[in-house]
Structure formats: C-alpha cells, structure tokens
Design a protein around this ligand. Sequence first.
Ligand code: NAD
Length: 499
Amino acid sequence: MTTIQHWINGASASGSMSRTGPVYNPATGAEQAEVLLANRADVDSAVSAASKAFASWQDSSLTQRMRIMFAFRELLVRHEDELAKLISAEHGKVIEDARGEIVRGREIVEYACGIAEVLKGSFTDQASRGIDVHSFRQPLGVCAGITPFNFPIMVPLWMHPIAIATGNTFVLKPSERDPSAANFVAELYAEAGLPAGVYNVMHGDREAVDAILDHPDIAAVSFVGSTPIARYVHDRATDAGKRVQALGGAKNHAVVLPDADLELAADQLTAAAYGSAGQRCMAVSVGVAVGEAGDALVDTLARKAGEVTVGPGDQPGADMGPLVTAEARQRVIDAVTIGAAQGASVVVDGRELTVPGHESGFFVGPSLLDNVTPDMDAYRQEIFGPVLSIARAGTVDEAIELINNNPYGNGTAIFTGDGHAARRFGREVHVGMIGVNVPIPVPMSYYSFGGWKDSLIGDSPVHGPEGVRFYTRNKVVTSRWPQPSHTTAGAAFHFPTTS
Ligand code: NAD
C-alpha cells in the first residue's frame, strides 16, 4: 500500500513515521493508501526548513516571485487532468467539480502573479520641512495553513500563493482524508523554480495541528474547517502570540420570493445543495420559500432531486459522488432520520440509495426535507451532506430575520426579479457573502472570502486584499536628509511637531 509522505525542504520526507492514517476511495469504500501523521519532531523539521528558507526568500525580488507564480500557474493548467482525477479519487467529487475547484484556486495564483501592484506602498513628499514619509509592507516569516477535506486544492490555494508571493515561507497541514493534492502542488512549485523550504507539507491530525499552534517560530496560522476547530485553533494560536485567520462552518440560506423564476431558482438550488454531495462551505442547505412560492418550489425541487445522477466521481455523466467517509455517510442518514422524527416532511429520501457495483461506497442520495423549523436539529446543525431543508416564511422580512438569528453567516442568496427587495436583502442580512440570483456567491480572487458570525473566528477573511494584509505588516519610515553643510539648531526636547 502507498504511504503518502511529507514534503520538507524541496523533497519527499518520511519523518519519524510514528503513526499513519487511512486514505479511502469513497466510491468503493476501500482503503487505497495510508498517510503519515506527523508528531512534534516532524513539525519541527518542517518549520526549521521554512525558517531557513525565509532568510533568503524575504529578500527575493518581486520579479522573481511573480515569475515563479506565472510558471506555477502554467503548470496548474498543464496538469489539470491529473490533479482533477487525484482529487476525485480521494475526495469522491465528480471530475468536473474537481476541475472547478482547480480553476477557482488557480485564480488566486493569477492574483499573486500581480503581487507587485498590490504591494506598492505610499510616499509623502515634504510631510514636514525636509522630511519625507513612506510606508511599505513586509512579510511575517513562517506561515502555516490547516485546511479541510472538502476543497483539497482550492482552500490551500486561498493561502499559500499570497503568503509566498508576499515573501513568507509556508507549512501546509492539509486534511488527512485527501492529502495527495498538497504533494502534487509541491512538485509543481519545485518545477516552477520555487526554492526548497519555501513551501512544505506536513501531513497529520490533531497532534500536528497542536504542534503548529504552539510552535514559537510560526508567525501566522490560516485555518479553514468546522467552527469548533476554528475556535480552538484561533484561541490556542492567539494565546501563543500568532496572527490567526480561522474560517468555520456554515448554514447557507437561499431565499426564493414569489416573483422569482421558479424553474431557474430550483435548478440553482438543486446544484448548490447536492453538488459535491453537499460538502461545500457555500452549499445551500436551507431554502427559504416566501409566501406562495412554497408549494410550487418544493414540487419543482423534488422533481429535480429525482433527476440527479449519483455515481463514482470518474463516471461520465455523474452529477454527484459519495460522501468522504463512512462516518460522514452515517451522519447524513441520521440527520434525515432525526429530521423526520422531529416533524420535518421527508419529500425526497436518499437514505436507501445504493450505486450498482459500488455497494460499499459512501453514497447517500439527494434528500429534501420540507417544513423545517429553527428548533429542529436539521436546521441547527451543519449536516454537510446532500440534504436540502425547506423552511417557510411569510414575507421577506421574516426570511431576513430567520437568517440573522442563525449563528452562522457564511453565504446567502436571494432569488427574485425585484431589485429593491434584493438590495434591501443585501444590506440587511448579517452574512459575509451575498448572491442575487447567484446561489454560491464565492468572491473572485481580487475580493476577499469570508463569512460573519460563527463562520469566521477572528477578523480576517482570506485572499484578495485582506489576504495580502494578513500575510504582511506595515512599516512607516520618516526620513530627513539634511544638506552636508547643515548646521543644527541643537537638541529640542518637546515632542516633535511638523512645520
Ligand atoms: P475539520 O474541522 O474536521 O478539519 C479541518 C482541519 O482541522 C483538518 O486539517 C483536520 O486535520 C484538523 N482537525 C480536525 N479535528 C481537529 C482537532 N480536534 N484538533 C485540531 N485539528 C483538528 O473540517 P473538515 O471536516 O475537514 O471540513 C469540513 C468543514 O469545513 C465544514 O464545517 C465546512 O463548512 C468547513 N469549511 C469552511 C469553509 C469556509 O470558507 N468557511 C471552507 C471549506 C470548509
């Protein structure tokens, strides 16, 4: 069986090999590889390589960094097929969906290709007589990323291209469920000319995470995953004096007003609820049917859920693959069972689905629950599977109130033909990313991605301008260059003012 290695200082590394974890093929349920799980000594060696590399990388020219990013971007294009297959084989998502995350992740690299433009500082001539002021931003040092299973390439790409292009070095701790994409990226960076030690991969679980959070030579930690772990990472790493960005879970609502094009709205909700088997942080998990939109919307959604083709990720024509693990599958089945017991109507039931030839795969079919209310577990918990819950609201105000009372605030969408209602919705919901007739409003790379409330712990979204701010710190230089013949007026003991 293959053992997936770490990547330290420009090469594969076996480290202490103290523990390993299983990597499954979710479509068959079989263990296909094992991955090393790092201990503190392993994390030390990755951080030490990154610290050494930082000494010279921080002084690399912007031109060199941008050229490497251009070359890396080209390699991501060239290897898209292999990468998509690799991601699909470990995560389970369909190949086209894996391509989608590669493309959206690549857009961050494209942003990093122009890092010189966003790193320009400011300059003030003659702030006082003979005195100029300029400011610029410098890298932090060794930065770490801890990432979830659901986007094994895109989420790390939210982080390391920006960190590296701004002059930092990086240690990535990807999800132990689908670890291979991180190593593939390491090889592409090496081929693109990135010096050894600038990008390192440390595989592992909680032990590796704790070692990262406590490590005195790591300056900043970027985390994306579930809210309880985001909170834990944020608190422990800030206690250790680090800069932290920590993105958490979600419960994304899509509101459908009676004037919406129901067929279009139902298509969008179906794709956003069941794509990637609902394992997206921006998946729509609650549809809010307003007024008389309700029954017609539920009927249309039920029809469309029945048309979703479920199969292995590499099966041509499959819309949706399996869940990532057997535990995830069971959690989703339980969520539907508990939803029914608590009074939701199970309109479409995916619990019994089997895929011929893949009976041991971690599949669950699309499920649709109607009449879900805020007191039910199906509403309160992030199911993170192919379950769409429908809640009813009398008015758009009730829909906004429902969303604002929910502890999460990652993404939300409204479907309507009424521009005034859409504008009000965008202004009044307490959510970080809003779609108007767009179900998954993931911001472009030159904006920043991040939710509100329990979907983001701390204050920093990722990538775009906020990502650049996160991975750099500001410096202001005030300078006077007196003429060589200048005669001093003597020491002045009052606090300096301008003249
Ligand atoms: P997770 O929180 O279980 O794991 C995320 C990372 O934390 C992994 O690298 C994992 O190894 C590590 N980890 C897990 N348990 C830990 C522990 N007890 N102590 C220390 N580290 C631990 O999340 P997941 O299941 O991999 O991913 C799904 C979750 O991620 C969902 O909640 C989803 O909403 C969220 N997510 C959020 C965003 C966003 O942008 N807000 C994006 C993608 C995923």
